[in-house]
Design a protein around this ligand. Sequence first.
Ligand SMILES: [Zn+2]
Length: 55
Amino acid sequence: MAHRIECADAGMDCAFVVESESDDELVELAKLHGQRQHHVEMDEADVRELIKPAG
Ligand SMILES: [Zn+2]
């Protein structure tokens, strides 16, 4: 089952959404997005709390 992370759930005014079957990939992509777009270094544990079912 696919999961998703929405950047807005992290408190950002941002429409970025990432979906994947792999939670590890989700976390990796979300962390990269945070670094590149928001210059924020997110803790992996915090990123994992943002994971929710897709769709
Ligand atoms: Zn964002």
